[in-house]
Design a protein around this ligand. Sequence first.
Ligand code: PGA
Length: 239
Amino acid sequence: MKYVLANFKSYNLDLPAYLETLENLLKPATAPYVGIFPPLLELGLLENTYTRFYLGSQNAYPAPEGAFTGEITLQALQKRQIKSVLVGHSERRLLLKESDSLCIEKFNFFAQHGFQIVFCIGENLEQRQQGEKTWLKHLLGQLEGLDLAYPKLLIAYEPIWAIGTGVSATSGMIAQTLESLRQKLQPDPLIVYGGSVQVENVEEILDLDAVDGVLVGKASLDPHNLAKMIDISATKEFA
Ligand code: PGA
């Protein structure tokens, strides 16, 4: 099975009902490969007793605890047995001005504490249009300083122009991008794709050898949709 990660961003769902539905739809074997990233306030209210998927945090601040108003820190996550964190989602990089160096600092801190880290990278439309030299340089720049040998690292390649737009990158483009990127990365990391993944296109994307899973936003807000994508992913194997 390949990874299916669901990012609920700041959408307002009836989360306990959603997660109970999902738990009932899935088989136990999916557990290590299905990660759910709920809005942070609600993550803190959940029991975290699910067996078909794990819960992760959409963000975290690289400190044990302290004077970091509005942030969520290591101890808050540990108290709730949360062991997975998204770092550097493009919405945070763009809207909250998270820098490459802060993202690397977060990676280093949470890696030290054994977290699974979903490290997000992606180019904007202008960089894409300027051609391979530009987007590859940008993607490699975002990865600079990252320990690719960290065993719980998942890189999420999410072209900014494909996020929330309903227009996914084509499978040809994803394959070409990830093949170019992988040639420069040693050791070869796990990479998931994100950006308008839907029930209709998830199979084509998961069929790519260069893709180890998907990170789904909008289309994951319906548990039946997400369960369908997970069922499809359960039939796929890592290349
Ligand atoms: P989307 O979001 O599936 O709604 O495009 C993906 C993401 O931002 O992770």
